[in-house]
Each structure stands twice: as structure tokens, then as C-alpha cells.
Write a protein that binds this ligand. Structure first.
Ligand code: FNR
Length: 361
């Protein structure tokens, strides 16, 4: 692509050109047949918007709050690993872009800059994403460090008792990268004939025996709000509320875990209905347009998270690329709101979208 990017999808092509194939594939790929990867996007395409006209849209206000923290638009940065594979500054650049956009960055457990480094370079509101590992003492230490360094919530990833089979990584013999937050705490040396080395590494690290009861353990070691990431059914949404979480992220891990898990936007309403407004519901997976953000909000999400678009922006144009990605989505959301007759986020309602499951009025 010779011209400047005009939408978030254009950044994917730029990133493909900028990155070594092994890293591009790591960022872009999904599990097995990548059915869910395609569906995350396609499911948004099957939802239409029902615009209202002759509403005063001369002022559009996209601002909202998450757990009481004001943000400029309902678009957060999803936790994604290994930003140093994109550019040497890694997560520090991403964090500055999040701060400039006045939104929240969720720092990955598997970041390539430590949570302390990110905290000292960024005054934006940050959450910390946690995997509960076999070594509970190390998980507890990470939570304490997150608290001490000003992270405002713990995002517990629940869909990764083991790493999904990402065949591009297996073919490329993706070897992994140092998880900076674990430096000096544990070292894992693995060999693997079956999957990628990355898969073997995480399967050593992750605790496949974690259960709902462990939310109680997490609650007992921190006063921070807890969001649970990776909920896709009303059954689990109900359990999450009962377990006392402060929020739910409807997510299939960007289709990198269980292939044939449903597209996230197709199950959003099921989760929202089960939660009955008791806790915040957010969504990630396949958000590439402002209209996608609009649709998710209409179906009851307080906000969305974006994963790959951030990585592609970072790989293509560094901090500026991430800023541009966020600006593009915000600009698109703004015009979607104007053209749908919704001056504020709270004006976007269920009746502004039609899904394939809706009856015609
Ligand atoms: C992820 N995701 C992820 N999730 C998580 O809880 N911890 C992590 O460390 C990572 N790492 C990670 C790396 C890469 C390269 C990708 C693409 C994704 C999942 C992420 O938080 C989010 O759920 C998805 O990326 C959302 O889908 P989109 O926006 O990428 O389609």
C-alpha cells in the first residue's frame, strides 16, 4: 500500500510489510482453522444500524466512564503480549499513545516492558491483566506490585488454562520472548516436539486447575476491582457475578484459544441480559470500525477493547501509529453517532441495531 492509511484495516497491511513474518503471524494469527477469527469480524457485519434522523447532533459527546474512571470514548487497549516484537520501545510507546487518547491501557501479564517501567512512563489510567500461574505466590506478588505501582484494576484472564493451538506459530517454530514481569521470579526452560515452544512455555506457566473458587482467593489478596476476561455464555456470566467480580469482558481471546468459540458480538446480549446491570460488561474481538463500537454499545457493552489494531499501529508507525488507530476509531464512532441521531453514548440504545436474531418490527 503506497498511500497513507485511512482506516484501521490499512494498518494491517502496513504491519505485514514492517514485521518479520514470524512476528506478524504471531500477532495476526488465531487458533486452528481460524474460524472464530473470521467470525469475530463477520458477526459485526451481520448487524445493521437503525439510524434516527432530525435529532440535534451538532455536538457529539463520546466520553464515558469505566469503573468510575472517565475516558474520552468507549475504546480501551486490550492486554496483548510482547510489544517489543513490534518496536524496541514496546509497551512504553503504547502506554503513551493510550495516555494521549485519554483512555485506559490494560497491560498484559506477558508484556516485554515491566509493569514498573510502564507505570513510570505513563500517567494514564492502567489496569493489569493477570494469569493465575501454578506458583500462587508469584501471582500474589504480581498483584501486589500492580497495586503498588498504581494499576487501578486486575483483569483476570479466564480463557487460558492452556495456550490454544496457533498453527502459524507451530509452523514458524515461534520460540517466545522474555516475560518481563517474571524476570528474576521464575525461569522456565522447555523443549517441544508437538506445538510451538511458546505453547510449551505457557503450559508450564499456567495453572490448568484454576476454578471459580480462585476468584475468592484473588479477592482475598487485593482491594482492587476485578474484571474477568473470557466470558462467552450466560451461565458463566451468572457465576462471575456470584463470584463477586466487578466487571466482565466478553472475549474469545481474539480467537487465539478455542476455535469455534462464538464470535463475541454474537453472545454479548446473552451476557448483558444475565448480568442485569449488576456489573460492567465490556467486549473485545474483531472491533475494526467505529460502527463496531456503536453496535457493541447498542447491545449493552459499556466499552470495547482493541487488540490487534494497536499492535499493527505500533509495528507500522510506533507510538504515532497507535495514536492514529485510536483517533480513526474515535472519528468513525463520532460520525456513526451523528448519522444515527445519538449525541451521547447513553443515547445509543438496543433499538439502534438489528441483529440476525431480531424479528422484523
Ligand atoms: C492477545 N490477547 C491477550 N489476552 C490476554 O488476556 N493476555 C495476553 O497476554 C494477550 N496477548 C495477546 C497477544 C496478541 C498478539 C493478541 C492478538 C491477543 C487477547 C487480547 O486481549 C484480546 O482479547 C484480543 O486481541 C481482541 O481481539 P482483536 O481486537 O485482536 O480482534
Amino acid at each position: 500500500m503506497s498511500s497513507e492509511p485511512v482506516n484501521v484495516n490499512d494498518f494491517k497491511e502496513l504491519a505485514r510489510n514492517a514485521l518479520p513474518k514470524i512476528y506478524y503471524d504471531y500477532y495476526a494469527g488465531g487458533a486452528e482453522d481460524e474460524h472464530t477469527l473470521r467470525e469475530n469480524i463477520q458477526a459485526f457485519h451481520r448487524i445493521t444500524i437503525r439510524p434516527r434522523v432530525l435529532v440535534d447532533v451538532s455536538q457529539i459527546d463520546m466520553s464515558t466512564t469505566i469503573l468510575g474512571y472517565p475516558i474520552s470514548a468507549p475504546i480501551l487497549l486490550a492486554p496483548t503480549s510482547a510489544h517489543k516484537l513490534a518496536i524496541p520501545e514496546g509497551e512504553l510507546a503504547t502506554a503513551r499513545a493510550a495516555a494521549a487518547a485519554n483512555t485506559i491501557m490494560i497491560l498484559s501479564y506477558s508484556s516485554t516492558c515491566s509493569m514498573e517501567e510502564v507505570a513510570s512512563s505513563c500517567n494514564a489510567v492502567r489496569f493489569f491483566q493477570l494469569h493465575i500461574s501454578k506458583r500462587r505466590d508469584i501471582s500474589a506478588l504480581l498483584v501486589q506490585r500492580a497495586e503498588r505501582f498504581g494499576y487501578k484494576a486486575i483483569v483476570l484472564t479466564a480463557d487460558t488454562p492452556r495456550l490454544g493451538r496457533r498453527e502459524a506459530d507451530i509452523r514458524n517454530k515461534m520460540i517466545g520472548f522474555p516475560v518481563k514481569n517474571l524476570e528474576g521470579l521464575m525461569s522456565i526452560d522447555v523443549e517441544s516436539d508437538q506445538g510451538s515452544k511458546l505453547e510449551a512455555y505457557y503450559n508450564e506457566l499456567l495453572d490448568a486447575s484454576i476454578r471459580w473458587e480462585d476468584i475468592g482467593w484473588l479477592r482475598s489478596i487485593t482491594n482492587l476491582p476485578i474484571l474477568i476476561k473470557g466470558i462467552l455464555t450466560h451461565e458463566d456470566a451468572t457465576k462471575a457475578v456470584e463470584a463477586g467480580v466487578d466487571g466482565i469482558i466478553v472475549s474469545n481471546h481474539g480467537a487465539r484459544q478455542l476455535d469455534f468459540a462464538p464470535a463475541t458480538v454474537s453472545v454479548l446480549e446473552e451476557v448483558v441480559d444475565a448480568v442485569k446491570g449488576k456489573v460492567a460488561v465490556l467486549l473485545d474481538g474483531g472491533v475494526r470500525r467505529g460502527t463496531d463500537v456503536f453496535k457493541a454499545v447498542a447491545l449493552g457493552a459499556q466499552a470495547v477493547l482493541i487488540g490487534r489494531p494497536v499492535l499493527f499501529g505500533l509495528a507500522a508507525k510506533g507510538e504515532g501509529g497507535v495514536r492514529t488507530v485510536l483517533e480513526m476509531l474515535k472519528n468513525e464512532l463520532e460520525i456513526s453517532m451523528a448519522l444515527s441521531g445519538c449525541p451521547c453514548i447513553k443515547d445509543i440504545t438496543r433499538s439502534h441495531v438489528r441483529t440476525p436474531y431480531d424479528k422484523l418490527p
